[in-house]
Write a protein of this length. Structure first.
Lengths: 262, 219
C-alpha cells in the first residue's frame, strides 16, 4: 500500500532524530504532569486513609462514645515481640510496600499462613484510643488476607480488654458483587460486635462458621454466621482473623495490652 | 482526500462504529461497563487520548519515516495514556481506583493505534482531531449504553442513584447478577451489533467459507 508523500522511508539519521525528538517531548510532558499532579495524588491517598478510619470510628460511635480521628494515637508495633517500636514513623509507614520488601518482612510457613498472604511485614500500625488516665479504651488493628478472588482489607476494632470485638469493617475487597462482597453489608457487619477473640485458656477462637452458627454451639460467643454462597470469602475472613489475632500476627501485642502494657 | 468535517465526525458514531463495525476495543468494553459512571469516565479518557494522539501523529506525519512509525505512534499514545491516568488519579481518585488497570490498558486499545495508523498518518490535523473525537464518541456510545443496561438490571440503579428497590433492601426487584459479570457485556454488545446490522444490512460480513457438500465423502 502506498501512502503518498506522508511516510516515505527516510535515512537512518532522520529516523534517529525523529525518534529522539518524540521521545524527549513525550518524556518532558509525562514528567511535568507527574510532578505537577503529585501533591493532589498524595492528598487523595491521605484523605482516603482518613476516610477509612473515620468510617470505622463513626461505626463505633455508639459503642465507645463519639471519637474523632484526632483522639486516635498511631503506634508502630513490632509484631514478633508485640512491643511498640520507634523504628519508623507510623504516619508514613506503608505496610503494603513493607510486605513485599525482604528487609521489612519475612515469609510465613505455609501451614501457618491462614490469611494466604505469604509474607508478613515486621511492623504493623495500631490505632489506639485512650481515656484521660492513658489506659487503652479501644484498639483498631489493620487486618488483611485472601478472600475468593481478591485480597480483603479491613480494620478490626477491639474494646479495652483487647478481646471483645467492637467492629469489623472491610474497606477494600473485590470479591463477587452481591455474594462475597456481602462482607461489607451492614447486616453482616452487625453480627461482629461483642464476639470474643480468645477463650479463657488463651486459644484464638474468633472466626466465621460454615453457614449459620447452630443455637447452643460452644462457639457462639466467638464466631458469626458464614455467608451462604460465599464459602471461600467466609473462609478467607475466618483465616485472616485467626492469622492476625494469633501468634504470627498481633497475638504477642494483644497479650501485652491485656497485661496493661498497651 | 477531500475534508468533510461533519462526515469525519459523525461516521464513526453508528455506521462506522469502532466497536460494532470494526470490532475493536472489546476488552475494555467488557471490563468497565458494570456501571454507568465508569463507562462515562472511561469514554472521556478514550476520547481525549484519541483526539490528542490523532493531533500529534498528524502533526509529525510528514517527518515520520515509515520504518519507525509504529513505535513512534505507540510512544505518543503511551505518554498520553500515562498523562490521562495521572489526571484521573489527581482529580477523580475514587473513579481511577475503580477503573484500575483499564486506563493504562487504553495503550493497547486497538481503536487508538488503528486511528493513528489508518487515519492520522494520512490526514490533516483538523480532520484527525475530528476523527479521533468521532471514534471516541462512537466507542463511548456503546460503553454508555451497555453500562446503563448493566447497572440498571444488575443493581437497580443509574449513576449510583437507586431507582428500583432491590429485594435485600426490602423492595420487589431481584437484581440480575449476571449483568455484573463480564459475559453479560458480551451478550449486550452482540445484541447491539445484531440490531445495527439488521437496520444496516450492508454491514453484514460475507461469510469467508461456505460448508461444501462433498458427495461420497465418508466424513
Amino acid at each position: 500500500m502506498d501512502n503518498g508523500v506522508a511516510i516515505k522511508n527516510g535515512g537512518g539519521i532522520r529516523a534517529l532524530v525523529t525518534a529522539l525528538g518524540v521521545a524527549v517531548i513525550c518524556a518532558l510532558l509525562v514528567s511535568y504532569t507527574a510532578v505537577t499532579l503529585r501533591p493532589y495524588y498524595i492528598a487523595n491517598l491521605e484523605a482516603e486513609r482518613d476516610a477509612q478510619l473515620a468510617s470505622i470510628l463513626s461505626a463505633l460511635s455508639g459503642a465507645a462514645g463519639r471519637i474523632s480521628s484526632a483522639d486516635i494515637e498511631m503506634r508502630l508495633v513490632d509484631l514478633d515481640s508485640g512491643a511498640y517500636t520507634e523504628a519508623l514513623d507510623p504516619l508514613t509507614y506503608d505496610a503494603g510496600k513493607a510486605a513485599t520488601d525482604p528487609a521489612m518482612s519475612r515469609p510465613i510457613a505455609p501451614e501457618l499462613d491462614l490469611a494466604g498472604i505469604k509474607r508478613r511485614p515486621n511492623y504493623a500500625v495500631a490505632y489506639i484510643h485512650r481515656d484521660q488516665s492513658g489506659a487503652v479504651r479501644m484498639l483498631i488493628l489493620p487486618v488483611y488476607g485472601v478472600g475468593y478472588q481478591s485480597t480483603l482489607f479491613g480494620y478490626l476494632a477491639l474494646s479495652e480488654d483487647a478481646n471483645s470485638v467492637l467492629a469489623l469493617k472491610f474497606y477494600e475487597q473485590n470479591d463477587t458483587p452481591g455474594i462475597g462482597a456481602r462482607i461489607q453489608d451492614p447486616a453482616w457487619e452487625a453480627m461482629w460486635p461483642g464476639k470474643l477473640v480468645i477463650d479463657e485458656d488463651g486459644n484464638v477462637r474468633i472466626g466465621v462458621a460454615r453457614g449459620p452458627v447452630p443455637a447452643g454451639s460452644p462457639d457462639i460467643d466467638y464466631v458469626v454466621d458464614g455467608i451462604s454462597g460465599a464459602t471461600r470469602t467466609s473462609l478467607g475472613v475466618h483465616g485472616l482473623l485467626r492469622f492476625w489475632l494469633g501468634e504470627s500476627g498481633f497475638g504477642p501485642y494483644l497479650a501485652r495490652v491485656r497485661k496493661g502494657e498497651g | 482526500m477531500a475534508v468533510r468535517p461533519w462526515k469525519t465526525l459523525t461516521a464513526p458514531l453508528i455506521s462506522d462504529n469502532p466497536i460494532t463495525l470494526q470490532i475493536l476495543g472489546i476488552c475494555s468494553a467488557l471490563a468497565v461497563t458494570t456501571s454507568l459512571d465508569t463507562a462515562l469516565v472511561m469514554s472521556a479518557a478514550v476520547i481525549s487520548v484519541l483526539a490528542l494522539s490523532g493531533t500529534s501523529v498528524s502533526l509529525i506525519r510528514n517527518y515520520l519515516p515509515r520504518s519507525i512509525r509504529l513505535i513512534v505512534q505507540i510512544t505518543i499514545i503511551a505518554s498520553l495514556v500515562i498523562i490521562v491516568d495521572l489526571v484521573l488519579k489527581a482529580f477523580v481518585f475514587e473513579m481511577s481506583k475503580r477503573l484500575s488497570v483499564f486506563v493504562g490498558l487504553i495503550i493497547t486499545n486497538c481503536i487508538v493505534l488503528a486511528r493513528a495508523e489508518s487515519f492520522a498518518m494520512r490526514n490533516g490535523v483538523l480532520a484527525s482531531i475530528l476523527d479521533g473525537i468521532g471514534n471516541g464518541i462512537g466507542y463511548g456510545l456503546i460503553l454508555v449504553a451497555v453500562g446503563a443496561v448493566r447497572e440498571f438490571f444488575g443493581k437497580g440503579s443509574l449513576l449510583g442513584t437507586q431507582l428500583l428497590m432491590t429485594a435485600s433492601q426490602g423492595g420487589g426487584f431481584e437484581p440480575l447478577h449476571l449483568m455484573l459479570l463480564p459475559p453479560s457485556a458480551f451478550f449486550l454488545i452482540g445484541v447491539i451489533i445484531w440490531w445495527i446490522r439488521s437496520k444496516k444490512p450492508d454491514q453484514v460480513e460475507r461469510p469467508e467459507y461456505r460448508i461444501q457438500e462433498e458427495p461420497g465423502g465418508d466424513g
